[in-house]
Design a binder for this molecule. Structure first.
Ligand SMILES: C[S@@+](CC[C@H](N)C(=O)[O-])C[C@H]1O[C@@H](n2cnc3c(N)ncnc32)[C@H](O)[C@@H]1O
Length: 209
């Protein structure tokens, strides 16, 4: 099992060791001694870490996070990472995300469409990590368009939801197509299904090429 980034630990919650970060609670998660439980059932990145995937995260990285929603996962990321740009295109969750960011001086919400990186290219600096959890069609295309922000030694941490691409197809066939498209701009380092935490999701670790 790979190391957790600095700032992420397995702490005891009700007698069980669970992932946790230090920060203000956001989504009703349990807290103990200043640590907040990072619920892998509510977070694809949390599931990747809990399953022991080698994400390359060490802590302190510059991050671009696509599909931030109301901030459940990106709030944990901003607890242990450096500057964290959080892109979300739906106004309602972005309002909640703004509240989450009010307590976190390294978290920068952007009400933007991740398919149009040119609309935030003037704000986002080069990043070490691109996290993507948009759960829409053309997930590979979104990752390819945002590759421009990733440093050459950076990492893409991608969650692919099969049913967002095509509800009728076998998830493995969908994942195969997404990986083929991703290879146009990335070298795939690792991939793993996220069961039991998230059904029909594939997690991918990749680097730009
Ligand atoms: C599965 S949810 C993300 C959950 C979040 N990553 C978390 O773990 O807390 C997917 C989110 O991506 C957003 N999204 C989908 N397509 C997008 C796009 N093109 N640009 C920005 N956000 C997008 C949706 O509005 C939704 O809030």
């Amino acid at each position: 099992m790979s190391d957790l980034p600095t700032g992420v630990e397995r702490r005891a919650f009700d007698g069980e060791k669970r992932l946790a970060t230090q920060g203000d609670p956001v989504y009703g998660e349990a807290t103990r001694d200043g640590w907040r439980l990072w619920d892998a059932r509510r977070s694809k990145l949390g599931a990747m870490l809990d399953l022991g995937m080698d994400t390359g995260l060490a802590g302190g990285e510059h991050v671009l996070y696509l599909g931030a929603a109301a901030g459940t996962t990106v709030s944990h990321v901003a607890d242990f990472a450096g500057p964290t740009y959080a892109v979300e295109f739906a106004p309602r969750p972005t309002r909640d995300l703004l509240d989450v960011a009010a307590d976190r001086d390294r978290l920068f919400p952007l009400l933007k469409d991740a398919r149009e990186p040119e609309t935030y290219a003037h704000v986002v600096e080069p990043v070490d990590v691109l996290v993507q959890d948009v759960a829409t069609r053309t997930q590979a295309e979104v990752a390819l368009r945002n590759r421009q922000f990733l440093r050459s030694d950076g990492r893409l941490l991608l969650a692919v939801k099969a049913r967002s691409e095509d509800v009728t197809r076998d998830p493995e066939a969908v994942f195969g197509d997404v990986l083929d498209s991703l290879r146009e701009g990335y070298e795939i380092l690792d991939r793993e299904r996220l069961e039991p935490y998230h059904a029909d999701h594939l997690a991918v670790v990749a680097r730009p090429r």
